[in-house]
Design a protein around this ligand. Structure first.
Ligand SMILES: [Zn+2]
Ligand SMILES: [Zn+2]
Length: 214
């Protein structure tokens, strides 16, 4: 089923914001807006998309701070895993720790849960709970694509030294929940370039299975 997929790299930490749209209906999920919400709003208008969801892979400031402005512009249901609500509640404090301005979270959060499916036009996004970078970290899966937030990066994983982080939890989630999805799956990361499950399963120096054979 065709989808439209737009990636924008925005802000001082090079966060990736994603627009996932059903081509037939133009129903759209906006994933992670940390910085430059005006650019995201312009992109949504340019492609004439209909925002149904605002989805967070997790509640770190650099993924959330711009969501409210997009929500005010277009409406849309805001969804987050409940284990990250404590982080959402201290959004401005999180930002201040990195020298960023105060921000209000989006309104009326809905709770994501593992295994849930979010209907999007003629397709649906599956929710996979992958805690470890933060307690409520999730990935969104649709056919041959995965939007992974800060769970998995090209050649790395999300940091686990922030409150609520756990490397062993993160490694387990990646190995038991993401690797079985198949090597061909494209991984759209929260920062930096995209990758594939096969590339990371084989060569990721932190969680890969063949790194000690080289
Ligand atoms: Zn993060
Ligand atoms: Zn991040």
């Amino acid at each position: 089923m065709p989808i439209l997929h737009h990636a924008l790299r925005l802000g001082p930490l090079e966060n990736n914001t994603y627009l996932i749209a059903c081509e037939a209906t133009r129903e759209t999920a906006v994933v992670d807006v940390g910085f430059e919400p005006g650019s995201v709003i312009r992109e949504i208008r340019r492609h004439d998309l209909r925002v149904r969801y605002l989805l967070n892979t997790h509640a770190h400031y650099d993924h959330v701070a711009g969501m409210r402005e997009v929500q005010h512009e277009f409406g849309g249901e805001y969804w987050l895993h409940p284990a990250d609500r404590p982080l959402l509640a201290i959004l401005s404090e999180q930002g201040a720790a990195f020298g960023f301005p105060p921000a209000d979270p989006p309104e009326d959060p809905h709770d994501l849960s593992d295994g849930q499916r979010l209907p999007l036009g003629e397709v649906s996004l599956a929710v996979i709970h992958t805690p470890g970078h933060s307690p409520g970290g999730v990935c969104f899966h649709l056919e041959r694509d995965l939007w992974a937030g800060d769970t998995l990066f090209a050649g790395s994983v999300g940091r686990t030294d922030l409150p609520g982080g756990s490397f062993s939890q993160l490694a387990r989630a990646i190995r038991t929940r993401l690797f079985p999805l198949g090597d061909a799956l494209r991984v759209h990361t929260g920062h930096g370039p995209e990758t594939t499950i096969g590339e990371e399963r084989r060569h990721n120096p932190l969680v890969g299975v063949e790194v000690h054979l080289a």
